[in-house]
Design a protein around this ligand. Structure first.
Ligand code: MN
Length: 200
């Protein structure tokens, strides 16, 4: 079965907004999500009952092909229960409940790598109800896609079909019922995806 790998703190400005070190560090921060977390457009995205603050984290998602190379990419959201994550960090507990809950991995359509800009110069945006909330550019990643894939392959052994969430730029924030989220990339219209947050 494929694995969903996720990278933490891969953009300095986001690391700073979380109060974390903005250095690349000796190793990538890696966590996993279960496959039950995946949601295709348009959702709806169901915010977990009882959750007070589910944050959007817009990210480039890479699908792994033969030889641990990038085969296709999509835009997705690493949805995060921020209060739970903060409590887990404080208690030294895992992030699975904060970042791996049902529906925590909305991912748009995959586009072959050959059909998009170089993966180290790909700009993308997330708008919520028409207002830009996050702007990312993979040229600002602390670790490039190629570096991440090599590091993950070395540590875990990548398989064809694995997905890698490559980290979020600054501008994360809470979602509310009924909002419309649109992901888009410059020069790659096929990467666009639209998700709707379920009404309360
Ligand atoms: Mn993330």
């Amino acid at each position: 079965m494929p694995t969903i790998f996720c990278i933490g703190r891969n953009y300095a400005a986001h690391a700073r907004e979380m109060g974390a070190s903005a250095d690349a560090g000796p190793e990538a921060v890696v966590f996993l999500k279960p496959w039950q977390a995946l949601v295709a457009p348009p959702g709806p995205l169901h915010l977990p009952a009882g959750a007070t603050e589910i944050h959007h984290e817009a990210e480039l998602v890479v699908r792994v092909g033969p030889g641990a190379t990038a085969d296709a990419v999509a835009l997705g959201l690493d949805l995060t229960d921020r209060p739970r994550q903060a409590a887990a960090k404080k208690a030294g507990e895992p992030w699975a409940r904060a970042k791996g809950f049902r529906g925590s991995a909305p991912v748009g359509p995959f586009v072959p790598v050959a059909a998009v800009a170089p993966l180290d110069r790909l700009a993308f945006t997330l708008t919520v109800d028409g207002a830009v909330r996050q702007r990312g550019d993979t040229s600002r990643m602390l670790r490039s896609v190629a570096t991440l894939l090599a590091e993950l392959d070395e540590a875990f052994g990548l398989r064809t079909g694995d997905l890698v969430f490559t980290g979020t730029p600054e501008g994360v924030g809470p979602l509310a019922p009924g909002q419309v989220l649109e992901l888009a990339a410059d020069g790659a219209p096929g990467l666009a995806a639209r998700f709707v947050v379920a009404p309360r």
